[in-house]
Design a protein around this ligand. Structure first.
Ligand code: ATP
Ligand code: MG
Length: 514
């Protein structure tokens, strides 16, 4: 009935036109050769539970693509003909989330080890005209298409994204042919409507349907094209020419996409293990500028030693399965601005700490805009930056309290990158590394050694250079030189310091370790 209704909306001939939504092909294991050992147990549990309750259920999307390529997928999505409520009722820990795109999160395990399987209901493929019609016909649609009930203010897109439909339409509304296959772990059959198997074999990234239209429907697909081109490039994948051609022209459409979505997509480009490759693709495809202002900055600075090291480090960590924080990477990308704004204020003889605070505020205003929805991210970035002058101070109580700070590790990793980029001395980063791993007694010795070193050194104070030229290492040195150990101590939150009571022979930090 639903299918008939949608067919009517789309003006399809009775019986359905196979050409529009692709021809269903069932590909057996002997052909696709997916290794069942790469399939996550929990994803199998989800599909099995749904199937036993009488629903269709498949692993879908990027996971099938990766399985076909012999890669272990980093996450598993499941598609089903069950509605979100029906899915939720089948699992002990399942949560309906999202408004623009309602899905169910089925959660396994707890804490850091928890795993989420995303379950989405097959969606109808509605182009703009069809979506408008559904909208204008709300009474009928409420009865016939359950999903619409949840499209509270029924803007075209929200409505369209929550209209349930048959599997062939669900496949057609996906982006690339290699992202639009369904794998049933029970029968080990891959269901393919758009030649995804062939494209995977030919190493082709092909947009389903007319690429220009699909970019217009959802311009975020432009960024996804870049991401998959980067991710699959080492396997020899290329964007099919028809898929690549409209990219540059379509990029202007990104101006209408909500900033928060662009921000999230930017992070996916940068934090899924292919940051450097994505930047290379952006340049290669003529998209180095104009996708999103902050991404423009990343691309611009990707050749500087410091930002390149941060991007390479992020890729390496993701590759090793380690967590990465957006705050760290963005703190690296925007450090040049903070550093220059800070140096300019120091040159005006402002107090170092408030000067750094103000420089940070200015950078948030200029580069990130409204950070209200990103409170934690902004707070973490600020903390990493505010820690930097404190690293210059290796005497007194500061090192002991600094090393106990929750975000010490991030601040230290940042310092290490600065040292790699020759912005501070390697010996400073080495000292902190040693200090962070040392026993209390060893820490005292390290502080004594630093003190002796400081006394032995003739004090040279140079005026800080107000403007750094890009992230060139020479300019980068301006601030650290301005912040001698003594200056840093001065700037060490003067009010707080007055309240601190020093313990004889040890800092407050060392006391709190016990
Ligand atoms: P990754 O390996 O990075 O997770 P993915 O292909 O799984 O890649 P997701 O963002 O997890 O990407 O999306 C899951 C699937 O949902 C995609 O494979 C694709 O079929 C579909 N999809 C996601 N976003 C879009 C979009 N903007 N337009 C069309 N289909 C999309
Ligand atoms: Mg995915």
């Amino acid at each position: 009935m639903i299918k008939k209704f949608i067919d009517k909306l789309l003006g399809k001939p009775a019986g359905g036109s196979k050409a529009r939504f692709g021809r269903r092909t069932e590909v057996p294991a002997s052909v696709h050769r997916i290794d069942p050992n790469l399939v996550d147990e929990r994803a199998i549990n989800v599909t099995r539970t749904l199937q036993q309750a009488g629903f269709e259920a498949y692993i879908v999307g990027g996971a099938v693509r990766d399985l076909l390529l012999g890669l272990r997928p980093k996450d598993f999505d499941v598609a089903t003909d069950a509605t979100p409520e029906q899915v939720k009722n089948l699992f002990r820990r399942a949560f309906i989330i999202g408004r623009r795109f309602r899905i169910v999160h089925v959660v396994y395990g707890r804490g850091r080890e928890h795993e989420v399987i995303e379950v989405s209901t097959f969606r109808a493929y509605l182009d703009n005209a069809a979506a408008e019609q559904v909208k204008g016909n709300e009474r009928t649609s409420k009865r016939q298409l359950e999903g619409i009930q949840h499209a509270v203010d029924s803007s075209g897109r929200v409505l369209r994204d929550n209209v349930w439909g048959p599997q062939d339409e669900d496949a057609t509304r996906r982006d690339f042919t290699v992202n639009a296959m369904y794998y049933d772990p029970e029968t080990q059959i891959v269901v393919d409507y758009h030649g995804g198997i062939q494209d995977a074999k030919k190493h082709t990234l092909r947009m389903i349907g007319d690429p220009a239209t699909r970019y217009r429907e959802d311009p975020v697909r432009i960024i996804r094209a870049v991401r998959f081109a980067a991710k699959l490039n080492p396997l020899g994948f290329k964007l099919e020419s028809k898929t690549a051609k409209p990219l540059v022209e379509a990029a202007t459409l990104l101006a209408d996409v909500p900033q928060s979505r662009l921000f999230d997509e930017m992070l996916k480009l940068l934090q899924t293990g292919h940051a450097l490759a994505s930047i290379a693709q952006l340049k290669h495809l003529g998209l180095a500028k104009g996708i999103y202002p902050l991404l423009d900055v990343v691309v611009e600075r990707a050749d500087s030693d410091f930002v390149k090291a941060a991007l390479a480090d992020t890729d390496r960590r993701v590759g090793e399965g380690k967590p990465v924080a957006p705050s760290f990477l963005l703190a690296c990308v925007l450090w040049a601005d903070v550093r220059d704004g800070w140096a300019a204020r120091l040159a005006r003889k402002e107090h170092p700490y408030p000067a750094l605070q103000d420089a940070i505020d200015e950078v948030f205003d200029a580069r990130i805009g409204d950070v209200s929805g990103r409170g934690k991210l902004a707070a973490d970035m600020r903390e990493i930056w505010m820690m930097q002058p404190r690293f210059e101070k290796r005497v007194g109580a500061t090192p002991f309290s600094l090393v106990e700070q929750a975000r010490f590790r991030a601040g230290f990793d940042f310092l290490r990158l600065r040292a790699d980029a020759q912005e501070v001395e390697d010996t400073l980063a080495d000292w902190w590394q040693e200090f962070s791993m040392a026993s209390d007694a060893e820490r005292e010795d390290l502080v004594q050694a630093a003190k002796a070193e400081q006394q032995a050194k003739p004090r040279v104070r140079r005026a800080p250079r107000p403007e750094g030229e890009g992230a060139a290492p020479r300019a980068a040195k301006a601030v650290p030189e301005a912040m001698s150990e003594e200056t840093a101590a001065e700037g060490d939150a003067p009010k707080k310091r007055r309240r601190r009571r020093r313990k004889p022979g040890g800092g407050e930090g060392s006391g709190s370790v016990e």
